[in-house]
Design a protein. Structure first.
Length: 433
């Protein structure tokens, strides 16, 4: 890439981060997502860190300032009122001092904090900022295994599709079909005021999202009860891989900072999780698959969830197989990595998580594959990501067949990931320690 082209991309990405900056946190995009989202913030912090380390740490500190007493870190913090989003705090009714949602999201914080720490230009500041976060993230990890893995399997279940961050993935169709649609309070979607309905989840999906929310609200958001009371319990390889990677990275960071007990606990979570992840491998699919915990069966759905497993330090033969699988997807789609296999009749190129490409997934998959020595495919993913930006700007997600931009525009984490891809282009594979 020409230096001028690269400079323009960086300038555009920074402009988007500035535009969506609300001082101590960043909104994913104006209009569609006007609050702080959990994994958006942690990944955005990596982008912020390139130019302002203090601001990057603050992004994560703000999120953890709203951690629940039981250790959960909610998926949305409603810092300021905004009518443009449904469901708002009046629907969640979680009774937190600053309103939050009542469910969580993929646990990328341990990974993000280690990366910020290791890149820090100011190591003393980084150590001072990392220590309290280390303890808070550890509490969150303990919360996951206590409340989302009650039988001690080593893997956690999501109890609401929103927890995965991949709201309408085909992976959830079967389990979500068991969730009723009736008996919910009347509501009006707001997302369709900001984005094309053909790019968003359907009304039937939304009814079930709301049903689950109301079920958990009816149980007073008591996490000791929610898992068993949920008709939706899915063990997702992507969600677990992110948690495993965060446990692994938190352990490495704790060792650096001299907290051996915390390190040992998180190392054990990661090792147990990695061993259990094997139960989600499908030789026939050539990738990991989700498991429906209520039936005990693997879900026949080849989505990006199974490819995100590459983000965890999985065995080399698995990383190699995922690399091959992604290369095969590249032959079916113009760009990598589609969130669902285009060969599946349920694939929908523009509908949110049923086909489109998301740069955060590209980043995590490429990072894991590079660390496993799968450089060629990791580089292809990076190159495709930058190519999408050149063709279609900083969208929320992209049609993998045509590169068309979808969902919201001027998207924060897309901008952050572009800064990350530009930084890592040509660098050595990431260190897994
Ligand atoms: C939404 O509202 O679309 C979010 O994905 C839920 O967090």
């Amino acid at each position: 890439m020409e230096p001028a082209e690269r400079a323009a991309l960086v300038e555009n990405a920074l402009a988007i981060l500035r535009e969506n900056d609300r001082g101590a946190y960043t909104v994913p995009t104006r209009g569609l997502y006007p609050f702080q989202w959990n994994w958006d913030s942690c990944l955005t912090a990596l982008g912020l860190g390139h130019h302002d380390e203090d601001r990057a740490w603050r992004e994560i500190e703000t999120l953890f300032g709203h951690q629940w007493p039981d250790g959960m870190v909610p998926h949305i913090v409603f810092h300021v009122p905004d009518d443009g989003y449904f469901p708002g705090p009046d629907v969640w009714r979680t009774k937190r001092p600053v309103p939050t949602s009542g469910i969580t999201q993929p646990a990328v914080a341990g990974f993000a904090v280690r990366r910020l720490f290791e890149r820090a230009r100011d190591p003393a500041m980084a150590a001072a900022r990392a220590r309290p976060l280390l303890a808070a993230i550890d509490r969150w990890h303990q919360w996951f295994f206590a409340h989302r893995d009650p039988a001690g399997e080593g893997l956690v279940a999501i109890i609401h599709p929103w927890e995965s961050g991949r709201d309408n993935s085909i992976d959830w169709d079967e389990a979500l079909a068991r969730v009723p649609r009736d008996g919910i309070e009347p509501y009006a979607r707001r997302d369709l005021q900001h984005a094309d309905a053909a790019h968003r989840p359907t009304d039937a999906d939304y009814d079930r999202f709301v049903w689950l929310l109301e079920r958990f609200r009816g149980l007073g958001w008591d996490n000791a009860r929610l898992h068993d009371a949920s008709p939706f319990q899915v063990v997702d390889p992507g969600f677990n891989a992110i948690l495993i990677r965060s446990c692994h990275d938190l352990a490495a960071l704790a060792e650096r900072l001299g907290d051996d007990e915390l390190a040992a606990r998180n190392r054990a979570f990661a090792e147990r999780g990695l061993a259990a992840l094997e139960s989600l491998w499908s030789e026939a699919a050539g990738q990991y698959l989700a498991c429906d915990r209520t039936t005990g069966r693997l879900v026949e759905s080849c989505s990006i969830g199974g490819l995100l497993a590459a983000f965890a330090p999985i065995p080399a033969r698995r990383a190699e197989a995922l690399g091959r699988r992604i290369a095969a997807l590249g032959e079916r789609a113009g760009h990598l990595v589609p969130s669902h296999d285009p060969a599946d009749a349920r694939f929908d190129a523009r509908r949110y998580w049923r086909g489109p490409i998301w740069l955060i997934c590209n980043y995590m998959i490429a990072d894991g594959l590079a660390a496993a020595g799968e450089d060629v495919i990791a580089r292809r993913i990076g190159a495709d990501s930058i190519d999408l930006i050149g063709k279609s700007g900083f969208a929320e997600y992209y049609d993998p067949l045509t590169a068309e931009p979808c969902g919201g525009g001027r998207f924060t984490w897309t901008a952050a990931m572009v800064l990350e891809f530009l930084k890592t282009t040509g660098e050595q594979p990431g260190d897994r320690g």
